[in-house]
Design a protein around this ligand. Sequence first.
Ligand code: HEM
Length: 471
Amino acid sequence: MPCRPQRSRRFWHSLIQSNEEGMQMVTEMGKTFRDVQVLWLGPVIPVLRLVDPAFVAPLLHAPALVAPKDMTFLGFLKPWLGDGLFLSSGDKWSHHRRLLTPAFHFDILKPYVKIFNKSVNIMHDKWKRLSSEGSARLEMFENISLMTLDSLQRCLFGFDSNCQDSPSEYIAAILELSSLIVKRSQKLFLFSDFLYYLTANGQRFHKACDLVHDFTDAVIRERRRILSSQSVDEFLKSKAKSKTLDFIDVLLLAKDEHGKELSDEDIRAEADTFMFGGHDTTASGLSWVLYNLARHPEYQERCRQEVRELLRDREPQEIEWDDLAQLPFLTMCIKESLRLHPPVIDLLRRCTQDIVLPDGRVIPKGNICIISVFGIHHNPSVWPDPEVYDPFRFDPENPQKRSPLAFIPFSAGPRNCIGQTFAMTEMKVVLALTLLRFRILPDNKEPRRKPELILRAEGGLWLRVEPLSSQ
Ligand code: HEM
């Protein structure tokens, strides 16, 4: 039986607004319709919104070719990200995914913890200067995304742009590209490439793409030059001294089972994709966890005690790789925040064949589906009192019987987030040091959620930070 909307019960005339009212509307909708909802794109195109773990399983676990990403909006990213992992499909995607998986191995990630410490220290020095009067009111997304970009640029390219303290053209171009994509997706008539590139914003997009590509190309050329002047062994030995292998080196050295390497164009696409996929998402995750802890000082204090205990008698106070497993409560707080405020709220898929749902209904071939991460995370059948911030839902001492798909901030299945360990590591380091050094307080006004490429807040997410005297 095809999955047809029952008009009297499951019928909404328009897609949801991208603002607080829209977020409240989907929350209300989720109280009644707890598995599949139908939205209408115009009068004739149904879009299914799936909000139950059992109902998203056939899509998330399907081979990547059966439920590929829908490219209507994602196509806007193509001139920037090319055929990187995020946008590619079919054989190219599976080949590259296999080649790139080792780049996120623990051995590669471990040395990046030092980089995370360094980047967050720079941000905190700035916060301390700004709060010399006792406290400062700061916009979190702006501050934190500069810091995550700083980290990524160091991890990927081994490049220190000093972007947190003085403007960097490259970082400004990435921020501009992300904001131009959001603006474009809000205007239907700009969906045509021809029209878009005639507009001033289209020209700016083009220019910013060139600038970002030129930077990545220059790094690749320089690394290729070094590699051609020495053997791979010598190259690795020289790298071993600094104990850090930049992502770009891993990409340059990657070979498949037939000894085939990635082309320069492929490497550029993957590097640009990591910069895109890794900065805003992690900044959103961190901004919202600070917000949730500002609203729950009792959990904030408990995290702080955990970090103080861990770093007791340690100088300098730096988080190391082995510490990450010693912060169980802080980890619970991050996970609960990723549930309540998932940075990526929806995953868009288009079915290339009929897909059978657990209740026997069928999603017809060609249908667009929204796997709603937000909807699942707020589904009252899965999470009792879903709007309450309660880190104990993730208490490892008291494991709950839940579907593994009940919590999917990094998606799941073959196209899940390749950077999730990187992101969790960075978030733990940043949160631990932030709570050690600052008290985080809510702003007077409640933020209004704003889903764009990632979950933001309208006009920014403002919090107050107060340096702690012992630091
Ligand atoms: C809190 C931080 C992060 C969140 C919440 C997040 C979330 C996600 C999600 C939900 C997807 C699936 C998207 C889809 O299917 O449409 C994804 C894919 C991806 N993410 Fe992340 N991500 C985060 C951090 C990172 C980082 C740090 C990197 C890289 C350094 C990264 C790189 C990627 C890439 C390359 C993909 C595409 C994977 C593929 O299709 O094979 N992400 N991410």
